[in-house]
Ligand binder design. Structure first.
Ligand code: NAP
Length: 499
């Protein structure tokens, strides 16, 4: 059981460490704390079960585009993955099993949505307010998810639409699509998964594409019984598969960061893919991007192009001018009447709303600190916000491999800082400003020469144009940098000299 004390006067529950979220990050951190012998922690979770993004994104066809044997905890392998790319239900079940196996549920406060986290300079503790109750914690570790807040497009009139509408991350499974005129706005990683699943269902499906994506074939297939047997009884086979996927993915960094011209190999594959699947001479150019491959996330799909060519499907590329009560007006003044709009328009990534809820030393609001783009040290610590750590904070996202690997790296790194803080008997630990600055200057230098800076717009970029989402390198380099943890990068303070 979680050993927490409750200050009944103020109705505030006191805990040593408060974790936000129960996705891979929150669960992974909690397991590490248990390993360290720390039991005094609480996890707040806004929903009524664990799973994070893999609980929320339930749209038809939702799946991961990183192979299952790499997209899982290294310490909790699963010989039973049904196929190369895991589906959403399989990933959600995996995370539920992990939470059960490590007996994390007693630590979790479900239906507790974060409202505010405020650092108290005098006590050196965080006051965390949530929809389900308030907490006082010495440390806060946020595994809130980089892609957790669905974003609706800023199209004039969108709020006036009177038909049915929902976002891909809040799929309305009760809404019946047959016979309806349905619009999909957005053609990103989510849309290319759900559009093929629903394409033949409505009377008419209009897919509004602002920018085409580069798409390569998806090498998916079920694992055979023999393979699963081997993974289970001869674990080295599973490890070899994992290592092979890892190395293949890492090799992409050569093109993405070091030598962008190498990305032409992917371009050839993507061009061949579209040539094989789209014969129509008017449709093919509409679907072919004019920016370098890899600048936006490379998507994988075998059924996106065929779905767009179904007789009831149209691809609209003219750009949306406005949305009216029952229609969408494009730039060419054509009115597209629709009964339902499905938004596949992504998430608040570079402008994560959580930043407006966090107040550090002297009441400094994180969204203000980050107004010109998010910055942290090693994606987890921000100067001015003592004892607060992000998992999957700024510049940790990958364009090429598994986020679970990055999460495990950060979990280990945070645990080392916690240990150092204990050993030095300090009340607060905070990254030094010059260390954070120097680190970010180095990142931006690398990012400036990367494929992501070659002129496209993407959710990797803050509105200022700064790339604040991506780690510009190999994942093992990130791990090495985190391992080479230097105490001198941080200020360990007692309360007296905290201010
Ligand atoms: P996304 O990649 O950000 O795509 C959003 C789409 O909406 C884009 O096509 C964008 O067009 C369009 N859009 C946004 N605002 C618009 C507007 N005002 N008018 C017209 N179109 C507009 O979002 P997502 O598809 O939800 O995917 C987000 C990320 O989630 C992915 O990149 C990936 O990292 C993750 N994801 C992963 C998986 C997986 O398999 N692991 C699956 C799904 C999602 P523009 O391109 O022109 O901006």
């Amino acid at each position: 059981m979680a050993t927490t004390s409750s200050n009944s006067d103020a109705g505030i529950t006191s805990t040593r460490i408060l974790i936000i979220g129960t996705g891979f990050a929150g669960l992974g951190m909690a397991i590490r704390l248990q390993e360290m012998g720390i039991d005094d922690f609480i996890i707040i979770e806004r929903a009524n079960d664990v799973g994070g993004t893999w609980r929320d994104n339930r749209y038809p066809g939702a799946a991961c585009d990183v192979p299952s044997h790499l997209y899982s905890f290294s310490f909790e392998p699963n010989a039973d993955w049904s196929r190369v790319y895991p589906s959403q239900p399989e990933l959600e079940t995996y995370l539920q099993k992990v939470a059960n196996k490590y007996q994390l549920r007693p630590h979790i406060r479900f239906n507790h949505n974060l409202r505010e986290a405020r650092f108290d300079d005098a006590s050196g503790r965080w006051l965390v307010r949530s929809s389900g109750g308030d907490f006082s914690a010495r440390f806060v570790i946020s595994g809130n998810g980089g892609l957790a807040e669905p974003k609706l497009p800023d199209i004039p009139g969108v709020e006036a639409f009177a038909g049915h509408h929902f976002h891909s991350a809040n799929w309305d499974h009760d809404y019946s699509l047959p016979g309806k005129r349905v619009a999909v706005i957005g053609t990103g990683a989510s849309a290319i998964q759900f559009v093929p699943e629903i394409a033949g269902v409505p009377a008419k499906l209009s897919v509004f594409q602002r920018t085409p994506n580069w798409i390569i074939p998806r090498g998916d297939r079920p694992y055979s019984r023999i393979e699963k047997w081997l993974f289970k009884y001869i674990p080295i086979t599973r490890k070899i598969v994992r290592a092979k996927i890892y190395c293949q993915n890492e090799s992409r960094v050569l093109g993405m960061v070091l030598h962008p011209s190498l990305m032409n190999l992917f371009r050839r594959s993507a061009i061949k893919h579209i040539e094989r699947q789209v014969a129509d001479p008017t449709l093919r150019p509409k679907l072919t991007p004019d920016y370098p491959i890899g600048c936006k996330r490379i998507l994988v799909s075998n059924d996106w192009y065929p779905a767009l060519q179904k007789p009831n499907v149209e691809v609209v590329t003219k750009g949306i001018r406005e949305v009216r009560e029952h229609s969408i007006i494009t730039q060419d003044n054509i009115e597209h009447e629709v009964d339902c709009i499905i938004f596949g328009t992504g998430f608040y990534a570079t402008d994560n709303p959580i930043a407006a809820m966090i107040y550090g030393r002297n009441g400094e609001q994180l969204s203000q600190t980050w107004q010109n783009g998010e910055e942290a040290y090693l994606g987890s610590s921000v100067h001015g916000f003592p004892n607060f750590f992000f998992i999957v904070g700024p510049n940790v996202t990958l364009g090429h491999s598994s986020m679970v690997y990055m999460i495990e790296t950060q979990v280990q790194a945070i645990s080392r800082i916690l240990q150092a803080s204990d050993e030095s008997n300090s009340a607060t630990v905070e990254v030094k400003l010059d260390v954070q600055r120097e680190y970010n200057e180095g990142l931006q230098k690398l990012l400036g020469g990367s494929i992501w800076a070659t002129g496209c717009d993407s959710w990797y970029k803050h509105r200022t144009g700064k790339i604040t989402q991506l780690w510009p390198g190999f994942t093992f380099t990130f791990r090495r940098r985190n391992r080479n943890f230097k105490r001198s990068d941080y200020i360990f303070s007692s309360l007296q000299n905290n201010n």
